[in-house]
Ligand binder design. Sequence first.
Ligand SMILES: [Zn+2]
Length: 151
Amino acid sequence: MVWYHRVSFFSINKLNDCNKVQKDPVPHDTKMNVIYKIKCNDCDATYIGQTKRKLITRVNEHRNHIRRNTSSKSVITDHRLDYNHEFDWNNVDILDCESFCHKRLISEMLYIKTQSNGLTASSLGCQCRVIAPVHLFSFSLLLERKGRKMN
Ligand SMILES: [Zn+2]
């Protein structure tokens, strides 16, 4: 599918940016402005989310969220309770890093689309989420134009 080809093209560029910006090695857990993937230890389910804060802060929130029916719903908690599965908290993948909120949300959405058995994301906190669809639309137009030029 053409769309997926473009997604991977976009992602590779983003990862290069990511490496360029961080000259000094930053400990994995303390990286900020990242799109991350948490994997289930017991099946092939994955969760993709994004955070502007330190990765470890967000991961610990997921990890410590153990009760259902709280004000903040968690698909990870639902998966842990429904299947009695546990997630691989110590091996969270960083898929991308992006300091601009709307770009981070677009990147998150693109990665979510590539998941084979993804838990539906419900990442909390970012105010930009409401305007993200507009950016996604303009971004897809940009990709269309790039695609036409390349052809
Ligand atoms: Zn599982």
